[in-house]
Design a protein around this ligand. Structure first.
Ligand code: SAM
Length: 270
């Protein structure tokens, strides 16, 4: 099986997405959509941004590599009566079957960054977006102590064996020079690319302990780290490092979770 598919189908990302709903809505609001558009949400999960996009009246296609998340997204669309929102399986590195220039907006919030072959991903996003349209990506930032998921993945991978040779970390999508190079190879001049740091919040009335528990039980990359740590007798060490991270970043004062996480927001105007 495709390793990305295996990784993301291993757990149940809907349990993490439950902490992302408010910020998903805020990201969509910040796009300033005023006219009916055709939107691709790439690496859409169960619809953190696709559902609020569809609620604006846009036609939305969500594409994700994980079947369980596509199914969960389609269930949410039906329950919300959103008949212009569909989710389908697909790979951001190769969007075969998706026509050239078929979307006004291609959005990917912490989605396409996780696909392998980043140059192919950039090329595919440019190919399926209409000339005059836009691509918006949200990417975690490596080595930024305020980029929560980047820190969580750094801790998780320190408990795992080194990745195979040639592996390109998803976090490299959080480096400005890489964005320019990747979209540059897809034919986009750097003048058409803008990048700003933005903040995404993980919010819930559940505690940071429950939040970290969700990553350990349902988030593929952290589940792998837990399995490796169990074998090496370091599971408590992993747990306490993750919990320390969440508690240090948590801004909630009522026992819940409110963790701000810095990300790189990339806008490409084609
Ligand atoms: C961190 S989750 C974010 C999901 C969603 N955008 C959200 O904000 O809730 C990353 C998503 O990217 C998807 N993904 C990973 N690799 C992919 C690939 N090669 N092609 C398409 N989707 C992929 C995963 O299945 C997962 O749903």
């Amino acid at each position: 099986m495709n390793p990305s598919k295996a990784l993301w189908e291993k757990g149940d990302f809907t349990k993490i997405a439950a902490f992302m709903r408010q910020s998903g809505e805020a990201v969509v609001k910040s796009l300033g959509i005023t006219t009916p558009l055709r939107v691709l949400d790439l690496g859409c999960g169960d619809g953190t941004t696709a559902v609020p996009l569809a609620l604006l009246g846009t036609e939305v296609v969500g594409i994700d590599i994980a079947k369980n998340l596509v199914d969960a997204g389609n269930k949410r669309a039906v329950e919300a009566g959103l008949n212009r929102l569909t989710f389908q399986e697909g790979n951001a590195s190769n969007l075969q079957g998706v026509s050239d220039h078929s979307f006004d907006l291609t959005l990917s919030i912490f989605g396409a960054m996780f696909a392998p072959k980043p140059f192919d991903v950039a090329k595919e996003m440019v190919r399926v977006t209409k000339p005059g349209g836009r691509i918006v990506m949200g990417n975690w930032i490596p080595n930024d102590p305020t980029s929560f998921v980047s820190q969580l993945l750094k801790i998780s991978s320190s408990f795992l064996p080194p990745p195979p040779e040639g592996f390109i970390s998803p976090m490299m999508w959080g480096v400005e020079a890489n964005i320019i190079e990747r979209f540059g190879q897809a034919g986009v001049p750097k003048e058409k690319i803008s990048m700003v740091k933005d903040t995404f919040y993980f919010i819930s009335d559940k505690s940071p302990t429950q939040f970290i528990g969700s990553f350990e039980r349902f988030y593929g990359p952290t589940m792998n780290a837990v399995e490796a740590a169990e074998k090496s007798g370091k599971v408590e060490e992993l747990h306490s490092q993750l919990l320390e991270l969440a508690k240090a970043q948590n801004k909630s004062t009522d026992g819940g979770t409110s963790i701000p996480a810095t990300f790189l927001r990339v806008t490409v105007n084609l």
